[in-house]
Design a protein around this ligand. Sequence first.
Ligand SMILES: C[S@@+](CC[C@H](N)C(=O)[O-])C[C@H]1O[C@@H](n2cnc3c(N)ncnc32)[C@H](O)[C@@H]1O
Length: 427
Amino acid sequence: MQEVQRLASAVVLRVLAGRSLDSEMAVLRRDHPGLSAQQRAAVQDLCFGTLRFLGHLDAVLEALLDKPLRDARLASLLRVALYQLEFTKAAQHAIVDQAVRACERLGPASAKGLVNAVLRNFLRRRPQLIAQARHSDVGRFSYPQWWVDKARRQYPRHYIAMLDAGNLRPPLTLRVNRRRTTMAGYLAQLEASGVAARAIGEAAVLLDQPRPVADIPGFAEGLVSVQDAAAQCAAPLLDLRPGLAVLDACAAPGGKTAHMLELADIDLTALDSDGARLARVRANLTRLKLTAHVVCGDACDPGSWWGGRTFDRILADVPCSASGVVRRHPDIKWLRRAADIAQFARTQARMLDALWQLLASGGKLLYATCSVFHEENQLQVDQFLERHRDARRLILPRVETNPQQPAGQILPDERHDGFFYALVQKN
Ligand SMILES: C[S@@+](CC[C@H](N)C(=O)[O-])C[C@H]1O[C@@H](n2cnc3c(N)ncnc32)[C@H](O)[C@@H]1O
């Protein structure tokens, strides 16, 4: 456990210095090839959990210290150990003992005494410390204060459920490839393999227990893909028919690209500005035996890649704050700054304006974000409609999970990531 704690606290430290959790997990795999799959999973679990509840853990830690810790590595180790003590079932004495040993490699001998004292003190005063930490917004919700304030302002009736949903462990949802199998056929295959699951949508299957893709029946053969239920709403909204020219303007890693191709024989261009991520689009298409024109280019600058033929449908699944998917990426809560939201909104507006020129008359553009913030969603669309008098917003029949939300807004809940969709048609 000591090595796992030490590695996890190093990852958390680097994330708090600005690195993404995904890239740090990749570095861990590269630099520690000797770790067993179980150890790697344990490190991952500690990193995700610590970042998920970081605001709370920091409030607890602050109450346990006379003055703030100057050694960031020590603080990171204590956060990880506190996460284990409060949120996991590991034996308490082992957590404390191993954290003290892990600290031996970090600093002066006095640090060992401090780690021991802080963790034992937590165990003695646990209920009081937890209650006290929950008095502040950051300690209660484990999001930065600006995020809680914005959520409260924009969703006065739902922000608590929304923020709490962002701290859940995400479910594993599959999309059944209806070109290759049927929902009933695939559910029967899962049952025969002893995998408990249920259908939660036309093509969406929720597994009772998440598992690695290598252990998902039919995954390698292309019968299913991993895709959240809210993300699965995109492709059916585009009313796809054989022969339509479709642009997926921000395609990587290709989840929605593949879904569109599974629904109809369309002529699809999959564009993304990130060449490395486009490799994942190609890999997904190969696994699913689908084809598209895969293009590396900037959606804000079509002149550099566009051949001049207009598209009947455009999916603009734009880069955004990703504030709707923090349960899958808890580092986002601590890496984003309040000012980032306006910056994302400016880029999204530029992208929408550029893409609008590529849409055929009568064609439809689906704007999508995995954000919950109005600036990137309904305000963005309202401003777009002001700028483009030839655009008309269409009513979305199926995505509203809660009629009290603004149109097209799906808030994160047990089954869905937070997503936003707006469909506009060109006159
Ligand atoms: C939300 S992700 C897309 C997810 C994808 N649609 C899916 O369902 O798998 C946003 C993508 O936009 C890409 N992107 C960012 N800026 C871009 C630009 N200016 N032009 C094209 N793609 C861009 C990013 O590389 C990223 O892959």
